[in-house]
Design a protein around this ligand. Structure first.
Ligand code: TRP
Length: 408
């Protein structure tokens, strides 16, 4: 097979910064976190520019979500082409996913789903959500049964984000593989078109990685192809539909690979929008990790847990003494409590006041933390309330292959 030099999968390892960003590991050199502008250059994606935001708002005739406005979703690939498709009133679909590595989901895990829910409402399109229980089985020290169980448990938290059951299909890889021959066929098509050398370059696999890992990227790629879901998009679809994937930027390697093979298989290249990482309580050098309870606010945390964790562990950009803080002010760029507010405080004006007051020293760290604690206690309590409504019947409904409320 002749393989033209893939423009998008060239590994750019010799990077100017030592930031590490792979699907399995995120680590920043600087206290202010990952240098996202450099990451855009290294990955070869594009910045979501103010002009692009204006275009989105004029098309959907409402303001974009604050995640986009505040640069939390900051990068994209071919988002313009999706907007053009939408303007021409042609169909597209959304695809996102989650690797269910444990029962415990934290605040950071909600970010792509909150964004996706907003996009589903704004564009009124079908959505598929992949639970990669197979990925977690291959990478972590867990059994297949546990990984599969976590997929269903995590689906409850995802459903609690408010997705519409008539427009959303959620699937576990282990189960869907046996339910849908077209899915497996697309996986094999992709597997045949990517060499070991290519995935080595993109993901850093080595000779001693198990072959399951080496073949896995095709499984994450296949849901971006509409013919993987014949029950949603029809058996006789003449053309694959365009796909938009909201994800954290560490997932980009999977989709660089997908975009590389797509033309060879006559698949459209999926479009993407990328988010920054949700920082660990300890600071922006790393992202929240489900395996370190003190680095994360979990969706199961009580109001008291939240209060204690923020007060005890949230890295502060404030000064050592009150006098010094009043005189010099706090540093919002490294202050985790302030960072969290940019994710979860909707009100732009209030957020800006807090930024100014903290930077000037008028607002103390304890006061800033108190504001955050209240915001998060409310958010998590509301999530828990909605999750309680999600019975196993509801989960089964979302996870059954079926026609959605769209005809093609
Ligand atoms: N690999 C992702 C994870 O570990 C899960 C995933 C599968 C995903 N498909 C996706 C994430 C598409 C974003 C978009 O969490």
């Amino acid at each position: 097979m002749s393989s033209p030099k893939p423009e998008e999968t060239i590994e750019r390892k010799s990077d100017e910064t030592g930031d590490k960003v792979t699907p399995w590991d995120v680590n920043a050199e600087s206290d202010t976190g990952i240098d996202y502008d450099k990451l855009i250059r290294r990955f070869g994606s594009s910045k979501i520019s103010p002009e692009l935001i204006t275009r989105i708002e004029s098309i959907i005739r409402k303001p974009v979500h604050h995640f986009i406005r505040r640069g939390i979703f900051f990068s994209h690939r071919d988002l313009e082409s999706i907007l053009t498709v939408y303007e021409q009133q042609k169909p597209f679909f959304l695809y996102t996913g989650r690797g269910p590595s444990s029962e415990a989901m934290h605040l950071g895990h909600l970010i792509p789903f909150i964004m996706t829910k907003w996009l589903q409402d704004a564009f009124d399109v079908p959505l598929v959500i992949q639970m990669t229980d197979d990925e977690k089985f291959l990478w972590k020290d867990i059994t297949i049964d546990d990984a599969n169980k976590y997929a269903y448990e995590n689906a409850k938290d995802i459903i609690a984000c408010g997705f519409d059951p008539t427009k959303t299909f959620i699937f576990s890889d282990f189960d869907f593989m046996a339910q849908c021959p077209n899915f497996y066929r697309n996986i094999c098509r992709i597997q045949k078109s990517v060499t070991f050398n290519q995935v080595k370059g993109i993901f850093g696999f080595t000779e001693s990685d198990c072959i399951g890992k080496i073949a896995f990227p095709a499984i994450q790629a296949a849901p971006s192809v509409s013919s993987s879901f014949p029950f949603i998009f029809g058996e006789k679809l003449k053309q694959e539909l365009p796909c938009l994937i909201p994800c954290a930027i560490d997932q980009d390697p999977y989709f660089r690979m997908t975009r590389d093979v797509a033309p060879r298989l006559n698949f459209p290249k999926p479009s993407l929008i990328h988010s920054t990482f949700f920082p660990a309580l300890q600071g922006s050098k790393s992202k929240m990790s489900a395996s370190d309870p003190n680095s994360s606010i979990f969706l199961t945390d009580s109001p008291k847990d939240i209060k204690t964790k923020i007060n005890k562990h949230a890295f502060s950009g404030g000064k050592d003494s009150i006098e010094e803080h009043r005189a010099k002010g706090g540093d919002c760029d490294i202050d985790v409590s302030f960072q969290y507010l940019t994710f979860f405080m909707d009100d732009d004006q209030r957020l800006e006041e807090i930024r100014q007051d903290y930077s000037s020293g008028k607002l103390l760290t304890g006061e800033l933390k108190k504001i955050l604690i209240e915001v998060l206690q409310t958010l998590v309590a509301q999530h828990q309330e909605r999750r309680k409504q999600v019975t196993s019947d509801v989960v089964r409904q979302f996870m059954t292959p079926r026609q959605l409320n769209f005809r093609y």
